[in-house]
Design a protein around this ligand. Structure first.
Ligand code: ADP
Ligand code: MG
Length: 249
């Protein structure tokens, strides 16, 4: 079992959209996938059709022995979710002294090939727990002027976690999101990001696609909501690239 975390302390860069749709395509390859939603806003949970869960990862952290009771099946075979609930917002304080709580919890999982953690938009205790629990990270970067802002801070945090609780932590890749090929700005940003990060950047680029933004309101991943859309094709390709890289970690 490998654990991947979607991290970037900026909000609105495509972490959740990537977690949900990547998970859906990975599950289509018969791998058993668990999405762990650690953002109190619970967007990954609702995007996968699990709305208003009464219990979830917060409860599982308190009662690890009951972990499987809090995991829910989604509409997609082989795709399960450990949902977020609003009380997770208060867990930050409790988790400050327990950066390895999530790692220990996930160690109790047996039947999954891949776990995808959808992190909140901060570098707080929940995200630190994700960095400690993960084998590798996927960093979404929105194709906009301030794309690289905050990345230095994220890389510093990753270094600190490597120096401490998770020396083996890797960056699986950076994925450019909300790319608009009609604008010079998007094209320039892609070029900058590739010059800066080289092979770390996935070849698959996620276009700005209205279908991707509509899908959550239908509580469906893109492969169910609009399988022929450009967004669907992009996440399908990304899932292939992710699997190739995961095999090497
Ligand atoms: P994060 O989890 O990093 O905060 P989200 O995945 O929630 O970001 O995306 C922020 C908003 O942008 C959401 O409303 C989402 O539907 C929309 N969005 C994300 N990716 C795309 C895309 N490729 N094309 C169009 N809209 C997108
Ligand atoms: Mg999110």
């Amino acid at each position: 079992m490998k654990v991947l975390a979607l991290v970037n302390q900026k909000g609105g860069v495509g972490k959740t959209t990537t977690a949900v749709n990547l998970a859906a395509y990975l599950a289509n390859t018969r791998r058993r996938i668990l999405v762990v939603d650690i953002d109190p806003q619970a967007n990954a949970s609702s995007g996968l059709g699990v709305r208003g869960a009464e219990a979830g990862v917060y409860d599982a952290l308190r009662e690890p022995a009951r972990l499987s009771d809090f995991i829910q099946q989604t509409e997609i075979k082989n795709l399960h979710v450990l949902p977020a609930t609003p009380d997770l917002a208060g867990a930050g304080v409790e988790l400050t002294d327990e950066p390895d709580a999530l790692k220990n919890l996930l160690a109790g999982l047996e039947k999954y090939d891949l776990v995808l953690i959808d992190a909140p938009p901060s570098l707080g205790p929940l995200t630190i727990n994700a960095l400690v629990a993960a084998d590798a990270l996927i960093v979404p970067l929105q194709a906009e002027y301030y794309a690289l802002e905050g990345i230095a801070g994220l890389m510093d945090t990753i270094e600190r976690v490597r120096d401490g609780l998770n020396p083996a932590l890797q960056v699986l890749g950076i994925v450019i999101t909300m790319f608009d090929g009609r604008t010079n700005l998007s094209v320039q940003i892609e070029e900058n990001v590739r010059n800066h990060f080289g092979d770390l950047v996935f070849w698959s680029v996620i276009p700005r696609n209205v279908r991707l933004s509509e899908a959550p309101s239908h509580a469906k991943p893109i492969n169910l909501y609009s399988p022929m859309s450009s967004g669907a094709g992009a996440y399908k390709r990304l899932s292939d690239e992710v699997m190739q890289r995961v095999k090497k970690i």
